[in-house]
Design a binder for this molecule. Structure first.
Ligand SMILES: [Zn+2]
Length: 249
């Protein structure tokens, strides 16, 4: 039953992913995300609906603009696929429920933030702050507890302390992202923070090996790693946290 439902929400998930590409391309430039219709970034030709279908069109066009042949970054289909799969995954795990809606919304926001952070090295307040308010209100309404606000403040304080100690590695955008993570994940947010930090270590080590002490100033966008940790915590945070606590005892 859940599998069928998950299959059904896959298509709208892909469409949301397509919209996220528009948001990621336009919001940092302060352009409208509603108008005008999408156009090629290189030649400006308006993109016809049949060239704007999630995944399918990119594959059919072999990643090139129909008019000018300019490459369309693989980021576009990747964002669409990730959104579709995560939205379907939320329904598969939680059924058609309020909690699934909150989880899917959280995933969608994480993908938009990751795409923008990778390209522009910012985590826009205009996305992360309203999303935090929405998630905090929804979580508290669905499962009344101080868990959500406590995890939200705790996670962001933790990253704030980290940012003070290591300003080159973390920005205030990451601290605000932790507010959202805590509100969505509650008691499993430490799992997301740990996985995010550990997974960021590998590329940081590569950078350091290649560029030596200069790497310190280059920095890598931390948002996508926090997003990755958040997704793992969302789907497997409970068992991971229990396993960790079990090891401690
Ligand atoms: Zn073009």
């Amino acid at each position: 039953m859940s599998l069928a439902l998950a299959g059904i929400v896959l298509a709208p998930g892909l469409a949301v992913g397509s919209f996220l590409n528009v948001v990621a391309a336009r919001l940092p430039l302060r352009r409208s995300i509603v108008k005008p219709r999408s156009a090629c970034m290189s030649c400006g030709t308006e993109i016809a609906w049949y060239d704007n279908l999630p995944l399918v069109s990119w594959a059919a066009l072999r990643g090139r603009c129909r008019s000018c042949g300019a490459g369309i970054p693989a980021r576009y289909p990747a964002v669409e696929l990730a959104t579709g799969l995560l939205v379907a995954g939320c329904v598969l795990k939680l059924g058609l429920s309020g909690r699934a809606a909150v989880a899917a919304f959280f995933c969608i926001v994480l993908i938009a933030i990751s795409a923008i952070d990778l390209e522009h090295r910012i985590i826009p307040n205009r996305i992360v702050l309203p999303a935090t308010v929405v998630v905090l209100a929804a979580q508290t309404a669905l499962q009344p507890s101080v868990e959500w606000i406590a995890a939200s403040l705790g996670a962001s304080l933790f990253l704030f302390a980290f940012a003070l100690a290591y300003p080159a590695g973390l920005g205030m955008g990451d601290v605000k992202l932790a507010l959202l993570m805590g509100a969505a994940l509650g008691r499993t947010v430490p799992v997301a923070l740990m996985i995010g930090m550990i997974s960021a270590l590998a590329p940081a080590a590569v950078l350091f090996a290649r560029h030596g002490s200069k790497a310190r100033k280059m920095g890598i966008p931390f948002g996508p790693f926090l997003a990755l940790g958040s997704v793992v915590a969302l789907f497997a945070g409970g068992p991971l946290l229990d396993a960790y606590l079990h090891v401690l005892h």
